[in-house]
Design a protein around this ligand. Structure first.
Ligand code: ATP
Ligand code: MG
Ligand code: MG
Length: 353
């Protein structure tokens, strides 16, 4: 028993809360008022501002451990509840900032996409000079699903671009064969478990699909990528689930970004692995032994249900291999993650009956 606090109210928190309930924990969620889809599945939902230090403290006091499903929580107010937080706020401070995370990873021997800090037009043009085109300008903070990113095809485009009013980073465009992520769970005692790396396909900057097994090149590069992910986790004395995204390139795995939490590319683990990323997050933060992470079907495919497609998503269940998850969001604009479908596939002719 015990009480788990979750910062954030989105679908990652919702699936985490379901796993926590399965293991017998009470869940209190804390997130600003809004479309908190976690509210339907947790014991208590506190709708409060991230900056309300008093409310945060009261929330943490009511919990045995606090974790997060959303990393863009202002880091400063979290210092007061750091002793309850898993992962520690130091991991957030790095993962919130694309510049900090690339430097951190480079210091540990990883290879990030070539980058240049951009705080002005001058910086941008110097970055274009150094990295060439095409390049991608990204806000250092707060981006997700490809939001806060601008592809730049030429110096002229860089001169004409309406610069965002926020610190940015310019990245050289990485020529990659495919994308994959490393997702791990780490306990306070340093025990680490990795899930198999899926091949991740993006459409319009949003994850569309994760496939297992992935392309052969992922198998060739995953050991190096895991070594880096473990070094990151060890360096931060990380507790919980950590994700690193990579490009599989001709010259090896190129680090893209990290997330101090479960990841969309790990949703396949709910039915497709012996233990899901959500269950192992609960186990890690509660000091329980980690569960077996191995894949349980010959082929697993996870597809996101995005925007208006949610209205007809139940049709996917005509395929008995399909598992549907809908997140309970009421508004389904274009580009919003509404749910996902995971298919466990066996070779033709092998049936269960
Ligand atoms: P997420 O939802 O994963 O947090 P995000 O908004 O943080 O997304 P990124 O992961 O930085 O965005 O980029 C989204 C996608 O855009 C990447 O998965 C990749 O397909 C493409 N991309 C981003 N940066 C680069 C790069 N430097 N070179 C080539 N492609 C890139
Ligand atoms: Mg991101
Ligand atoms: Mg990403």
């Amino acid at each position: 028993g015990g009480t788990i606090g979750i910062l954030g109210g989105g679908q990652l928190g919702r699936m985490l809360a379901i796993s926590a309930a399965q293991l017998g924990y009470r869940v209190i969620a804390y997130a600003p008022a809004g479309d908190a889809v976690i509210a339907q599945v947790c014991n208590e939902y506190i709708a409060s501002d991230w900056h309300d230090a008093e409310a945060l403290k009261a929330f943490a006091d009511a919990c045995d451990v606090v974790t997060l499903e959303f990393e863009n929580v202002p880091a400063a107010p979290l210092d007061a509840i750091a002793d309850k937080l898993a992962p520690h706020p130091r991991a957030l401070a790095i993962a919130q900032d694309r510049l900090a995370e690339k430097r951190f990873v480079a210091d540990l021997g990883g290879t990030p996409a070539p980058f240049h800090a951009v705080d002005s037009r001058e910086d941008l043009l110097a970055g274009i000079e150094a990295l060439g085109t095409p390049a991608i300008l990204k806000t250092r903070r707060d981006g997700y699903d490809g939001k806060g990113q601008w592809r730049i095809g030429s110096r002229e485009e860089a001169e004409a671009l309406d610069l965002p009013d926020a610190p940015c980073i310019l990245e050289g465009f990485v020529q990659f064969e495919c994308e994959f992520s490393v997702i791990l769970a780490r306990r306070a005692d340093g025990t680490v478990a990795f899930w198999e790396s899926s091949q991740n396909g993006h459409e319009d900057g949003i994850l569309a699909r994760s496939t297992l097994p992935g392309a052969a090149i992922i198998g060739q590069q995953v050991a190096e990528a895991r070594k880096l992910a473990k070094a990151v986790a060890d360096k931060l004395s990380y507790v919980g689930v950590l994700t690193l995204e990579f490009f599989a390139s001709e010259s090896g795995p190129i680090f893209n970004e990290m997330a101090p939490r479960t990841h969309n590319s790990g949703h396949w683990t709910i039915e497709g692995a012996a233990t899901s990323q959500f269950e192992n997050q609960v186990r890690a933060i509660c000091g329980l032994p980690l569960g077996d992470t191995r894949r349980v079907a010959p082929r697993v495919v996870m597809e996101n249900v995005i925007g208006p497609a949610a209205a007809t998503a139940h049709e996917a269940l005509a395929d008995p291999a399909a598992h549907l998850h809908l997140y309970g969001k009421t508004d389904a604009p274009e580009g919003r993650k509404m749910g996902h479908i995971t298919r466990l596939e066996w070779p033709e002719g092998e049936t269960s009956s």
